[in-house]
Design a protein around this ligand. Structure first.
Ligand code: SF4
Length: 213
């Protein structure tokens, strides 16, 4: 990007953060992965019970490694050898934890979070449960409004996630969502977080990079 498009993006991010604040959520803008990890460390307390939602962004920035460093009581859904039942227990324990880290599928300039989920564990924890929710978002996920969020998710996030998981769904072959009825469909819960009643619960860290889907 050149300095003019950088300027436009900075203004978009500035407006998004202002609108998050109007919606009783905190927004932060950081330059890169290291700065994002620094902000996460600032927001977490040593010893916090932390769990995570499924997210490529968390892996890409090194957040999973950070949580495994021994400073936190990490409920690690990715720990090798977990059975499906044990993973389900990790998801449920996460609701009683201190903090939840995740990404979202789209962040509107109006300061809203739009997410699509298969099981619903991720969006459920974002809505209710942990007292602190930290959402990490690459600038590529900023959209104008809910309509664009829905379009972005259908056109990019959902097919890309299906491809990553190599599922037997039509989008994995075509690259397009056909609103399938496949038994392995992962697009089941479409959630918009418009506002929080409790201030200082949701913290959105926007990174000046393209990350995740
Ligand atoms: S609804 Fe079906 S086709 Fe569309 S993205 Fe989800 S799994 Fe793929």
């Amino acid at each position: 990007m050149d300095k003019n498009t950088d300027f436009v993006m900075e203004k978009r991010i500035e407006k998004t953060i202002k609108n998050l604040e109007k919606n009783n959520m905190n927004g932060y803008f950081v330059e890169d992965e290291q700065e994002a990890l620094g902000k996460i460390t600032e927001l977490l307390e040593k010893g916090d019970v932390v769990s995570v939602g499924g997210s490529m962004t968390l892996f890409e920035i090194g957040a999973i490694e950070l949580l495994r460093n021994g400073n936190y009581n990490f409920l690690d859904r990715y720990a090798p050898g977990l059975t499906p039942q044990e993973i389900k227990e990790v998801f449920r324990k996460g609701f009683l934890g201190d903090a939840y880290l995740t990404s979202t599928n789209a962040l509107t300039v109006e300061g809203e979070l739009y997410s699509v989920d298969g099981n619903g564990n991720r969006v459920a924890a974002m809505i209710y449960g942990p007292d602190k929710v930290i959402v990490i978002v690459g600038k590529n996920k900023i959209v104008d409004d809910v309509e664009e969020a829905i379009r972005r998710t259908k056109a990019i996030a959902s097919p890309a996630n299906n491809k990553r998981l190599n599922l037997a769904n039509p989008c994995v072959k075509s690259g397009f969502c056909s609103d399938c009825t496949s038994p392995t469909r992962i697009c089941n819960n479409y959630i918009l977080i418009k506002r929080q009643s409790k201030a200082d619960r949701i913290h959105v860290i926007i990174i000046n990079k393209d990350l995740g889907y």
